[in-house]
Design a protein around this ligand. Sequence first.
Ligand SMILES: Nc1nc2c(ncn2[C@@H]2O[C@H](COP(=O)(O)OP(=O)(O)OP(=O)(O)O)[C@@H](O)[C@H]2O)c(=O)[nH]1
Ligand SMILES: [Mg+2]
Length: 342
Amino acid sequence: MPAEQISELRKGNRLALSRILSQIEAASPAGERALEELFPYTGQAHKIGITGPPGSGKSTLVNALARNLRDLPEKPKVAIIAVDPTSPFSGGAILGDRVRMLDLQGDKGIFIRSMASRGTLGGLAAQTEMLSQAFDAAGYQYIIIETVGAGQSEVDIVNLAHTTIVVDVPGMGDDIQSIKAGILEIADVLVVNKADHLGADQSVKHLQTMIAMGYRALRYAAGKHMLHETITQKHEEETPTQAWIPPVLKTIASDRKGIQELVDVILKHGAYLKETGLWAEKAQSAITETLRKLIISKLYTQWRQSVPEDALQDIIQQVSQRKCHPHQAIEQLLAYNKTTSN
Ligand SMILES: Nc1nc2c(ncn2[C@@H]2O[C@H](COP(=O)(O)OP(=O)(O)OP(=O)(O)O)[C@@H](O)[C@H]2O)c(=O)[nH]1
Ligand SMILES: [Mg+2]
């Protein structure tokens, strides 16, 4: 049965894809097996992360972007993942509304999936990555990930993307930043949407200034590849002409204006990543990170099973009563693992 589903997914069967996505989301054994089987077919898709303040027009932009990507000569398949990390209580309902806005249903080359924050195992970023892998293996060349806000989970999510787009709107004023510095640092492309509103040019200039000022400090590529010190060093020596300076674009998503320019920039960024070798380096650091997390969680589980509950409680008591320091407690606790694993 799973083998059949995998081959159906590879052939482009949307129902098979949908079932596998659900299995992955449920973190079922079938989902895990599917991911393992699909893995050899991944690594092709261009992942595009989109984040920005609530209501800035991200979904409208994603909608327009998906249509224009579909119009490219090779007619690529486009997947959209809408992630909502900020509203644990609204769950699926609000997401449903947000996604229903998209009038893309008629196009069989576009697949929309919304992901609520409840019950996500291993974090939203990991979950998003797993869903992306299924889309990737199913031949979706572009995977657009929409998330709202500027917190750590959004940074984690969009960091998985090859190209990160940060959306802002005019009229927020120069001193009240709608975009936090942290999220600006991860932007590959900045978009001032709702350019039909007053103050769009001013916002563009302001963002350009912020980029120019922060440019050296940001060390664009280095920041995205902190796992490898050698890469960091390499990019410090990089001349500014080789580096990617995030462009600032104006769009009116609701009128589909400025969208083609955005598509061009995304394609250019993809080509830049491949030419500089950053595409491959990014994939490697993502794998390193995945392995790190898996090892931590496996070792923890293994250790936890090796420690008797009463022994653990006893040590916690000793630490709370200041009879022993956490360092000493750790040594005692880790000793259990050695005795059981040998
Ligand atoms: N005037 C104007 N309105 C726009 C533009 N783009 C989007 N909108 C409108 O802005 C509202 C919010 O758009 P959404 O696409 O839902 O924004 P969002 O950022 O996805 O919102 P959340 O996902 O809830 O954070 C909708 O009413 C859109 O029609 C634009 O370029 N100009
Ligand atoms: Mg939205």
